[in-house]
Design a protein around this ligand. Structure first.
Ligand code: ADP
Ligand code: MG
Length: 449
């Protein structure tokens, strides 16, 4: 990465001499490389305007400078910040697809099995239900609806069911798709010029299955037509005694715009949550991962990580890997507690820094699509007052700040106003589910869960 940074710095050095100082400062300097692929470098600009300026007025010098520094690159592409997010998502999806070198009907990650899943208090019921479905599909639990926070093992369990079925009942047609894939499959039929035919093949693909697993169903919330399609797919399968398994980051009642019809379909089977792992389970998971990946780490590294990280198992794995790689880089075969502390210093520091009033305000604004000036300002409009109160509420929840300091953030409002805002939201979320979800989502954004 350091090397990458240096290369890019050389490109900027060249460009600084090629364009006017103003253009350089305003537009060029803000460019950052995000990816290099197929002889092309992908850059991200700080705004849509910066992107357009660079493309319109400076594309020749940029191309030449890039070519001079990165010998094998002959073109570049600039994305706006929004496009960057979409692009990264696309890349992730593509990579995920490419990772699965199996046929579409047997696309299970071989690492995710029941054997590699550590069972503890937090997940024993969901584990039992998944096993039961894997051993006996379309028997008792149909649909099986698994829900719980990010990185707690939902996808792992779906693949474990898939792996188990492909071993024990290889004749069954079992398909795992993410909500995204299902949606894209459906959207593809709409764009096709033989619409009837492609809708038919979409139906065939999904309705001839014995077991359908659909992951991250919460993303169906914003897609009404896809919900409709899923509803029909679900009904067909269900009526033919085929098994449906669904995973979601939240309970169906908390998927904001899920149609009531689908919600009641989901409730026909078993809805089972997966909780955050307790300390012992976290220790056991980390030990297992270290063994599987053949990371040699001291016991107190495992304890340290299990103490420091308690919400997301994927993050725990990442921290373990980081620690081990760090030790390796230092020429050691074995990672010690000190290595863990050094390797993760920045991660923990930046996490601690992320929870601050500015960040909370930013996330609240982004969520409600209002500006910080609005929130801090005096407007009494409902669409401003509520975000303002939510911001106050989340700040009081996540940070231990005196009320007067919070008042200062909000343009010097006094502490009684702060108390009023806080209490208003804490009352309202008891009855207003939409608001409760909003508050949870924003908190998760701030805490990066
Ligand atoms: P989710 O789908 O809930 O966001 P994943 O299933 O992708 O989470 O799990 C994240 C990572 O944590 C995966 O690498 C998975 O193998 C691991 N993991 C989660 N739960 C367990 C568990 N109980 N035992 C072992 N590994 C687990
Ligand atoms: Mg998942």
């Amino acid at each position: 990465m350091q090397y990458e940074k240096e290369l890019w710095a050389s490109v900027l050095n060249i460009l600084e001499k090629e364009v006017t100082a103003v253009s350089f400062d305003l537009w060029i300097k803000t460019l950052e490389p995000v990816e290099i692929k197929n002889n092309e470098i992908v850059l991200v600009a700080s705004s849509e305007t910066a992107k357009n300026q660079c493309l319109k007025n400076h594309s020749t010098p940029i191309r030449l400078a890039v070519k001079e520094v990165y010998k094998n690159i002959d073109s570049f592409n600039i994305l706006s910040p929004q496009e960057k997010d979409d692009h990264l998502k696309d890349v992730a999806i593509l990579e995920e697809r490419q990772e699965k070198e199996y046929s579409p009907l047997c696309n299970f990650n071989k690492k995710y099995t029941f054997d590699s899943f550590v069972v503890g208090n937090s997940n024993q019921f969901v584990y039992a239900a998944s096993r039961s479905v894997a051993e006996n599909p379309n028997n008792k639990y149909n649909p099986l609806f698994i829900y719980g926070g990010v990185g707690l093992g939902k996808t792992h369990l779906l693949h474990a069911i898939g792996n188990h079925l492909s071993l024990t009942k290889p004749d069954l047609k079992v398909l795992y798709v993410t909500c995204e894939q299902f949606t894209n499959d459906y959207i593809d039929t709409l764009g096709s010029n033989k619409k009837e035919k492609s809708l038919l093949s979409f139906r065939e693909k999904y309705r001839n299955l014995d077991v359908l697993m659909i992951d991250d169903i919460q993303f169906i919330a914003s897609k009404i037509e896809t919900q409709e399609q899923f509803f029909h797919t679900f009904n067909d399968l269900y009526q033919n005694n085929k098994q449906v398994i669904i995973a979601s980051d939240r309970h169906p009642r908390n998927i904001a715009t899920l149609s009531d019809r689908l919600r009641s379909r989901f409730a026909m089977g078993l809805t089972q949550d997966i909780q955050k792992p307790d300390f012992e389970t976290r220790m056991a998971i980390l030990k297992k991962k270290a063994q599987e990946e053949r990371y040699s780490v001291d016991d107190d590294v495992i304890t340290y990580l299990a103490e420091k990280l308690n919400t997301n198992i994927r993050e725990m794995e990442g921290a373990l890997q980081k620690t081990y790689f760090y030790a390796n880089l230092m020429g050691k075969q074995n990672a010690s507690l000190n290595d863990a502390k050094e390797a993760l210093k920045e991660v923990f520091e930046s996490e601690a820094k992320a929870v601050n009033p500015e960040n909370i305000l930013e996330k609240v604004c982004r969520y409600f699509n209002v500006t910080e000036d609005d929130i801090i300002g005096k407007s009494k409009k409902k669409e401003i007052v509520e975000p303002r109160q939510v911001a106050v509420y989340i700040i009081t929840e996540l940070l231990d700040l005196p009320l007067t300091s919070i008042g200062k953030i909000f343009n010097g409002r006094d502490h009684t106003t702060i108390i009023h805002s806080r209490d208003k939201i804490s009352d309202k979320i008891k009855t207003d589910n939409r608001l409760k979800i909003a508050v949870e989502d924003i908190k998760n954004m701030v805490l990066k869960k």
